[in-house]
Design a protein around this ligand. Structure first.
Ligand SMILES: C[S@@+](CC[C@H](N)C(=O)[O-])C[C@H]1O[C@@H](n2cnc3c(N)ncnc32)[C@H](O)[C@@H]1O
Length: 256
């Protein structure tokens, strides 16, 4: 637990609701870079993606041509970075985000592309409230038995990432994959505006810490951790194109 509790959720809500409408534009380059890095590692993720299906082409398919369900839970989905990266390989993306603003941006961009809500839709919610282990809105089968649950750059905003790993693991089907993208340990960089700074709880994560979280959540099978290339260049268009280079890791593990 960080020492940011108990108002961390409110700090995140305030910051990301405010940031939502400009997020895609501000971080456009960074988003495209991370989407590329995820797609490069899709085999490594070890999910039986839709395009690997050997099923009969004449069977019923959805608008993406998927003939069997392969379902992604994109947690802390924001405007939909991870969904955009993995959409070509799954039949359905279910986003969940704490903020109305981010979920609305996600849904607006899917609607603009003519993607039906049955295939990509973001809900507003919080699965990692310690006082609410099973939020009523998320008890249905459509929120369980995922093939992959992912968090893109969300862990460093959570009070308790280990609890997040556990709660997400519960949503996976046996053999399902937990996939985390976040920062390697780094120094605290001053200069972020105040609201953004308050929304950060962790200055990155070591491989040892992440592995422990996966194991304790029951998703340690085949655990792998990679540090992405030479780092991700974070360019903020709204801040005089300020650029920070951060080392980003990707970690995956399967549910036992
Ligand atoms: C840095 S953004 C990343 C968004 C997106 N995954 C991406 O990679 O662009 C962090 C996101 O985490 C969401 N968030 C923060 N705390 C959360 C929580 N407890 N539950 C769900 N989402 C949360 C924020 O609203 C925000 O959209």
């Amino acid at each position: 637990m960080s020492d940011h509790a108990p108002n961390q959720t409110e700090a995140n809500r305030a910051h990301f609701n405010e940031a939502a409408s400009s997020y895609n534009n501000r971080f456009e380059k960074t988003i495209l870079q991370i989407i590329h890095e995820i797609q490069e590692r899709r085999e490594w993720l070890g999910v039986d993606w839709v395009e690997d299906s050997s099923e009969d082409e004449s069977s019923t398919s959805n608008s993406k041509g998927a003939t069997r369900p392969v379902r992604l839970l994109d947690y802390a989905c924001g405007t939909g970075l991870v969904s955009r990266a993995l959409a070509p390989y799954v039949s359905q993306c279910v986003g969940i985000d704490l903020t109305e603003g981010m979920a609305a941006e996600y849904n607006k961009s899917m609607e603009n592309q003519g993607i039906p809500a049955s295939e990509m839709f973001a809900h507003v919610g919080n699965l990692i409230d310690p006082s609410d282990p099973s939020p009523a809105a998320f008890t249905g089968p459509e929120f369980h038995d995922f093939d992959i649950a992912a968090v893109g750059l969300g862990f460093h905003h959570f009070d308790n990432p280990a609890l997040a790993a556990k709660r997400l693991a519960e949503r996976l089907k046996p053999g399902g994959v937990l996939f985390i993208i976040d920062f390697q340990p780094h120094e605290h960089v001053h200069g972020h505006h105040h609201a953004a700074e308050k929304s950060v709880t962790h200055m990155g994560f070591s491989e040892v810490d992440i592995k422990k979280m996966f194991e304790e959540a029951g998703v340690g099978k085949g655990f792998e951790h990679v540090v992405v290339g030479k780092g991700i260049v974070i360019t903020d268009k709204s801040d005089k194109m300020k650029t920070v280079t951060r080392e980003v890791f990707m970690a995956r593990g399967s549910k036992l």
